[in-house]
Design a protein around this ligand. Structure first.
Ligand SMILES: C[S@@+](CC[C@H](N)C(=O)[O-])C[C@H]1O[C@@H](n2cnc3c(N)ncnc32)[C@H](O)[C@@H]1O
Length: 214
């Protein structure tokens, strides 16, 4: 075999998928039916594992959408852990609040409403873990801003760095040309950031993982 991962191997891994609770399934169904982009199952599993093992006290998420990943993060935080999550779309904020209430996680989550580019510079908190999952054209700016709030030893987790496979592909459909350019240019910056130890992991849509070393 030339490769390790073929569709057969992916199917085999999926066969071990554990059952999720009713609310998570409901949010996944809502996302599917309403075409809301949420973290893939394997990326969200990896994210949860990092939260469980690192036990961050303060987590920042940029891009709440309907609170799928916010719920997955905050349900794994320690009693004193807190998630700050930023969302600019009023429709998403309304639905996110509804699901956060249903999950009974209101006390763990601080949902900040508005554009993260304006909110982050006003935050007076330092974070142990940052999850960036916003519009791709905003990645560069949001990355720069959020790095100033990441503690030394802290982790930054960034979704979509393989961008549906197009980041590495010669053929890019017209509607993805601009976003692919943003992701490619972001990846160069991310991988050359000397204050971080970085990698791009082939999980889900490509996870950028950076650990602040200075
Ligand atoms: C991919 S979705 C987030 C999915 C979510 N993290 C999950 O996995 O459940 C991206 C969200 O980021 C929001 N967003 C994009 N750019 C933003 C910005 N600059 N400030 C605040 N929210 C932003 C969008 O409105 C959208 O709801």
């Amino acid at each position: 075999m030339k490769k390790i991962i073929y569709p057969l191997q992916l199917e085999y891994i999926s066969s071990f998928e554990t059952q999720e609770n009713a609310l998570i399934k409901k949010i996944e169904r809502f996302a599917r039916e309403n075409k809301v982009p949420i973290l893939s199952k394997d990326s969200s599993k990896f994210l949860e594992q990092l939260i469980i093992s690192l036990r961050p006290q303060k987590v920042l998420e940029i891009g709440t959408a309907i609170a799928y990943s916010a719920i997955k993060i905050s349900r794994n935080l320690s009693a004193s852990g807190k998630l700050y999550t930023i969302e600019k779309s009023n429709d998403s904020i309304r639905i996110a609040n509804k699901f956060i209430n249903e999950a009974k996680l209101k006390n763990k989550i601080n949902l900040l409403e508005g554009n993260a580019q304006k909110i982050i510079p006003k935050l007076k908190v330092k974070f142990d873990f940052i999850f960036l999952d916003a519009d791709k054209e905003d990645y560069k700016k949001l990355f720069e801003l959020s790095l100033t709030l990441l503690k030394k030893g802290g982790v930054i987790f960034i979704d979509n760095l393989l961008w549906h496979g197009f980041a590495a592909s010669k053929k890019v459909p017209k509607k993805y040309i601009s976003s692919t350019k943003h992701i490619r240019s972001f990846n160069k910056i991310f991988m050359k950031t000397t204050s971080l130890n970085t990698s791009i992991l082939p999980i889900g849509d490509g996870i950028g993982l950076g650990i602040k070393i200075k």
